[in-house]
Ligand binder design. Structure first.
Ligand SMILES: [Fe+2]
Ligand SMILES: [Fe+2]
Length: 170
């Protein structure tokens, strides 16, 4: 089973490609239906990714990472910024100027967040947690995706960082 850290990096790369796809559609002045066919699944994957990390990755980083508490606090706040922008996009007409602004906000929040995760949280966990554990958590990450495929049963509400840290005994 792939390492959890590698699975997260793979999904990050997928997000970069999907946002680039939206650039191409914008350049082609694509119809709202075509934009929705890319943005809908992308928004759903961003939600699923954040929730899967909060369920599978960050509780373990908190226990084993060198700077787990700071990294987790930053991540939850960033995930909430991404969720806010996704909700804003959902409230606008697909393809309208304000919709593109919301999509750009989601992209900016997500790009900043992925860079931080890739620079801090993921390297910290790769160094701190043994290979076998990262592989077992990779399996759990995949299982979380299967369980919540299509957004089924996913809690997309913003998370309170203090409550999250308390629940995971940080
Ligand atoms: Fe991530
Ligand atoms: Fe994240």
């Amino acid at each position: 089973m792939p390492d959890l850290c590698d699975l997260i990096l793979d999904e990050h790369e997928g997000f970069r490609r999907r946002f680039a796809e939206l650039d191409s559609l914008r350049a082609a002045a694509a119809a709202p239906e075509r934009l929705a066919r890319v943005w809908g699944p992308l928004a759903e994957q961003l939600e699923l990714h954040a929730s899967a990390e909060e369920s599978v990755f960050y509780p373990h980083l908190l226990q084993e990472g060198k700077r787990g508490e700071d990294e987790t606090t930053d991540a939850i706040n960033d995930h909430n910024d991404i969720r806010d922008a996704i909700r804003q996009a959902a409230s606008e007409d697909t393809g309208a100027a304000r919709w593109w602004e919301a999509v750009a906000s989601a992209r900016a929040a997500n790009s900043d967040h992925m860079a931080e995760e890739e620079r801090e949280a993921i390297p910290d966990f790769r160094v701190s947690a043994p290979d076998a554990e990262r592989e077992a958590l990779g399996a759990a990450f995949v299982a979380y995706h299967d369980e919540h495929a299509g957004g089924r049963g996913l809690d997309t509400a913003n998370k309170d960082t203090d409550a999250y840290l308390a629940r995971h005994d940080a």
